[in-house]
Design a protein. Structure first.
Length: 650
């Protein structure tokens, strides 16, 4: 369990190429970044192109939720992502579009990207979109998505990307909140061979909304869709009318770049707003060092651009660095569970970044889906989004990486804009499940319940940040007070992450999960992630979700929802329960042993792979009719199945 079961030394193969060769290398650079941050970031800012230099590196006051970087500087994000590469690598592939059907993959060079982005920028302008206007983007993972976001950046419009799996109501709320005058969508999306009727959803979302003047529709499939005269326009026809050049707008370092909505523990989703200069410097620097990206590398982040991971590590970071980046339209199990590895082999991917949930999903299908492929191009494997359980980590390391690759377990948030705590290739010996060390300029601290910083090396508490970093969000769009309340009020002077963590005797950080998921059993604090990780270690178990429920004696009882591995055979419910309880007892202690174990066919997950524990908590108390909104689930039907299991158990 958490404190590393095993430590894997950095391989020579990794160190022979990595920018940093040792923990000492890291320490030296980190020390500089925190002892003289302005000097450090002034230097790092030179990695991007500025039209006009900045006057001041930083100016922040966390107590006031006031953060500004590189003030006075003028730049353009699309210029940095495209134009400045044209001379040196215009014909290099900027984006590999890995289409839903593998044989439809397509390469887009930096030169083509430039022409396409300029055309879209001119289309936006022709419909009156100006600097500062909001554009809502509801597109699947197709090149038009990259073109449109970069086109917004080119003319200074603020994009608000809504994941193309959200409902009409979710889009509508986001359009209203951001007052977007334009929506860019596609007739249909394709995922795992299925068609997704995006335009129909947009029609419903914008019905009667006066604020939306224009809907641009990219034609991704042959299907004809309803077009409202005077409102809806065909993207390809409009592009055909436009010139392939468009001068980039000079933006202020602190001008907004995008808004991205994310759910909190309370209230409606918040529109986190990111700005231009600091975000881009941070995206570029983290991308280069965390993934140890070198010229010529083929880099694949298999996330969706609808989430922050895709914003920063499919588009802005990689393109700023002149990397070849892959846009993956499909799902990890289409046409079969070997899809990722087939893709890695075909494109000779060097760096691969995905989420633990995806790793677990394909791991459970068996190693035979990995074995046939040549994965020798792989060097760096990344994971993000939730604590990775050691079993998934080991599988990734051994079965995918053949013990030849390094793993970076990157901790960050929509709010942070980029990776904050992570191993760096060449620096850390690997500890399965540890996010390890703060990135340059990042100053984490662990605070106790009273907000006191724990200064001993070994610590357990709430993860906060003591200093601003360039990539952090600047506000919640239209509601600065909420921004201040949510992140800067619990512990004045600190940014509160909402996560719990431990720091081990080496000073390495282990993220234990959202503190809202912490349960208190008989007065003992337990992380649900910690318990799940133990349960998942059992050979029968593919995945689990643990929640607290009211318990007469203990205050909180522990309920574990578990999914069995495909090859688990068919153990009885009692056998599974005993096995799970035994596993947890021996890993953590009897105190953490689940009181109830329910074997389920699936878990209620959002489309980004997060388990919606809120729903499980309701089910656990029998509030079957009070589950709230389940429309954001990847598969809402799983809820009824879990209810049935719970009912049968009683
Ligand atoms: C929350 C942020 C940032 C990209 C995707 C998620 C959890 C994220 C890790 C990790 C443990 C992680 C945290 C965080 N999280 N990465 N490597 N190890 N937990 O972005 O939706 O804003 O969620 O995801 O709990 O607070 P997000």
């Amino acid at each position: 369990m958490s404190e590393a079961s095993r430590i894997y030394p950095v391989q020579d193969r990794i160190r022979s190429q990595s920018y940093l060769k040792s923990r000492a290398d890291y320490q030296a650079m980190y020390q500089k970044s925190v002892s003289n941050p302005d000097e450090f970031w002034r230097e790092q800012a030179m990695r991007i192109s500025w039209f006009h230099p900045f006057d001041r590196v930083s100016d922040w006051d966390l107590a006031q939720a006031s953060v500004r970087w590189f003030e006075g500087g003028k730049l353009n994000v699309s210029y940095n992502c495209i134009d400045r590469h044209l001379e040196s690598r215009g014909d290099q592939t900027a984006i590999i579009f890995e289409a839903d059907e593998p044989e439809h993959a397509r390469h887009i060079s930096y030169r083509e990207l430039h022409a396409e982005v300029c055309r879209v920028a001119n289309v936006l302008k022709s419909f009156g979109v100006k600097k500062g206007d909001r554009v809502c983007i509801y597109l699947p993972m197709i090149p038009e998505l990259a073109y449109t976001m970069l086109a917004c950046a080119r003319i200074g419009a603020i994009h608000s990307i809504v994941f193309a799996g959200f409902s009409a109501d979710a889009i509508r709320d986001r359009i209203i909140d951001s007052q977007a005058s334009m929506v860019v969508t596609a007739n249909e999306g394709l995922r795992g061979g299925k068609r997704i009727a995006l335009k129909t959803v947009v029609d419903k979302a914008v019905d009667g909304l006066d604020v939306v003047k224009t809907v641009l529709v990219a034609k991704h499939t042959e299907t004809e869709v309803n077009m409202v005269t005077g409102r809806d326009f065909d993207m390809a026809e409009e592009k055909a009318r436009q010139r392939p050049t468009c001068p980039p707008e000079w933006m202020d370092a602190e001008d907004p770049l995008f808004i991205l909505y994310t759910s909190g523990s309370t209230g409606k989703p918040k529109g986190l707003m990111h700005t231009t200069g600091g975000y881009l410097v941070y995206a570029s620097l983290t991308h280069q060092y965390v993934f140890d990206v070198h010229p010529g590398d083929i880099y694949c982040c298999a996330a969706d651009i609808g989430w922050v991971t895709g914003h920063t590590y499919i588009i802005y970071g990689p393109l700023t660095n002149g990397t070849t980046t892959i846009m993956f339209e499909s799902v990890p199990t289409y046409p079969h569970a070997g899809r990722y590895w087939d893709m890695v082999q075909r494109h000779k991917v060097n760096i691969f970044y995905t989420a633990p949930t995806a790793i677990r999903a394909i791991a459970r299908e068996g190693n035979q889906w990995v074995a046939p492929y040549d994965l020798s191009s792989l060097r760096i494997l990344g994971t993000v989004g939730e604590p990775i359980n050691p079993e998934a980590w080991e599988w990734y390391y051994q079965v995918v990486g053949k013990s030849q690759c390094t793993i970076v377990d990157t901790w960050w948030q929509t709010e942070t804009g980029g990776i904050l705590i992570t191993p760096l290739p060449g620096v850390n010996d690997l500890k399965p499940g540890a996010a390890t060390l703060p990135f340059f300029g990042v100053q984490p601290c662990v605070v106790d319940q009273d907000g006191q910083e724990i200064t001993t090396t070994e610590a357990k508490g709430y993860l906060c940040m003591k200093a601003a970093w360039p990539g952090m969000a600047r506000t919640v769009y239209g509601d600065h007070e909420r921004f201040k309340q949510t992140y800067f009020s619990q512990y004045p002077g600190l940014y509160f992450t909402g996560d719990g963590c431990t720091r081990d005797r080496d000073g390495d950080y282990w993220i234990t999960g959202r503190v809202d998921d912490v349960i208190n059993v008989s007065g003992h604090r337990l992380g649900t992630a910690e318990i799940e990780s133990s349960i998942n270690a059992h050979e029968w178990i593919a995945e689990s979700a643990v929640i607290g429920y009211p318990h007469e004696i203990k205050g909180t009882g522990i309920l574990a929802f578990v999914i069995l591995n495909a090859d688990a055979g068919s153990p009885s419910d009692a056998d599974v329960s005993n096995a799970v309880r035994g596993q947890v007892s021996s890993d953590i202690g009897k105190i953490a042993r689940p009181d109830m174990v329910l074997v389920c066919p699936g878990l209620p997950k959002t489309r980004s792979g997060k388990i919606m524990r809120r729903i499980l908590r309701k089910i656990s108390i029998g509030a079957y009719d009070d589950l709230g909104n389940v429309t954001t689930l990847a598969d809402p039907s799983v809820v009824d199945q879990i209810i049935q299991v719970h009912k049968n158990h009683k």
